[in-house]
Design a protein around this ligand. Structure first.
Ligand code: GMT
Length: 378
């Protein structure tokens, strides 16, 4: 099958999070390479952008009959997967995030006369949070074991999957990736001047403000740095912990030193304003945002959680400390912010590492190898 153009169905969360971004960018690149890509989801993936003749979108419509307390999205998705696979003669289905997508793909397989190949990519919390939940664990295990191939976005996630579940098969490593034509250091001088004066440093945090991100630690690191060096904190994104953070910022009298930008689309432009990215997460299977920062020449100060150390090389493209060790993280930030030469070498190392190890074409080729393997195996 090598080199053959395939018909690939992709299911992901179209409007949120890193898994949706990875799935959509992968689909776009596969389409550019000549494959036919069929997105099957509940809304059009937000990163899809312009029209592409090889990309199709199939919307899942959910029956909201009055007897249902919860509309059965999972069942409608499984049915849609089977219908699209049949009518479009898909070669395979690639699902991102185990719950419910891998389970729906397994159901879709049962509905079809021919063997529909299923590739499942694990992204993080589908294992590190949901596979710990007894109400889902066995079903996730079944869906993974019934997939024809399974990939995960870091070695650490592979390790944790084997630790939490009885997974029989080999899990392929497919790191998150970056398109260096979009993510590169943008000219941000005038934008930055809107938020910080010339003598101020800029720390940035971008996330969905969920508890696993430890966003109170972000404020703590910033407060420690700001005591020593005039600094601004820019927060990007929205989520359940944001009100808590805003209270803490107010209590600490830091309101005029913090800017909240909400959700932003042009992440490369926004990140380019920062001197450092803060990522002190409790759990982080990979940390796509740290890769986006890296490609824009912005080092990360963060925790050693999950797959972060596989992405951020301690002492070269960033500095990492134990989860919750905000004192050490602040010291690391100050060390870099005070040393111009060191900062310069970190920035260059960031640019080199992002293009050498996490280039979109390299990782897309790895996914294509997985596809070709499942299509040739009996
Ligand atoms: O970070 C999130 O909470 C969103 C989540 C998702 O599923 O969209 O991100 C996960 O997948 C990303 C793409 O593979 C990874 O880069 C993130 O590290 C991972 N998040 C966690 O593990 C918390």
């Amino acid at each position: 099958q090598a080199g053959k153009h395939l018909k690939i169905g992709i299911t992901c969360y179209p409007s949120l999070g890193g898994s949706g971004v990875v799935a959509t960018e992968l689909g776009k690149r596969l389409a550019e390479k000549g494959h036919q890509v069929h997105f099957i989801a509940n809304s059009i993936p937000f990163r899809l952008g312009k029209f592409h003749r090889n990309i199709f979108y199939h919307e899942v419509e959910v029956n909201d009959y009055y007897v249902f307390r919860y509309p059965p999205y999972d069942l409608s998705l499984a049915t849609k997967m089977a219908q699209v696979a049949k009518t479009q003669q898909l070669d395979l289905l690639h699902v991102h995030y185990a719950v419910p997508h891998a389970v729906c793909a397994y159901l879709a397989k049962q509905m079809l006369p021919d063997d529909l190949k299923v590739v499942t990519t694990l992204h993080g919390t589908d294992i590190t949070v949901l596979a710990q939940d007894e109400s889902l664990k066995d079903l996730i295990e079944l869906a993974i074991n019934k997939s024809d191939a399974v990939t995960a976005v870091s070695q650490d996630l592979i390790r944790e999957t084997h630790e939490l579940l009885d997974v029989k098969q080999k899990i392929d490593l497919t790191y998150n990736f970056i398109d260096n034509k979009i993510y590169y250091p943008r000219n941000s001088a005038s934008l930055r001047a809107e938020y910080a004066s010339k003598d101020e440093k800029v720390l940035m945090h971008i996330s969905n403000f969920r508890p696993v991100k430890r966003t109170l630690d972000v404020v703590d690191i910033f407060a420690r740095v700001n005591r020593e060096l005039p600094t601004k904190l820019i927060l990007v994104g929205e989520g359940p912990d944001l009100p808590k953070i805003q209270c803490k910022i107010q209590e600490m009298g830091l309101t005029d030193r913090v800017h909240l930008l909400g959700k932003q689309d042009d992440v490369a432009q926004v990140i380019s304003m920062a001197d450092l990215l803060l990522l002190p997460s409790e759990k982080e299977s990979f940390g796509l945002v740290a890769l986006e920062a890296m490609a824009c020449g912005v080092p990360t100060i963060g925790s050693t959680a999950g797959g972060i150390p596989e992405l951020v090389t301690h002492g070269s493209t960033g500095l990492l400390a134990g989860i919750g060790d905000t004192k050490q993280m602040a010291e690391y930030a100050l060390m870099l912010l005070r040393n111009e030469e060191m900062m310069k070498s970190y920035k260059q190392a960031c640019l080199d590492r992002s293009s050498d190890h996490f280039d979109i074409d390299k990782i897309t080729a790895q996914y294509e190898q997985v596809y070709s393997r499942v299509l040739t195996q009996q």
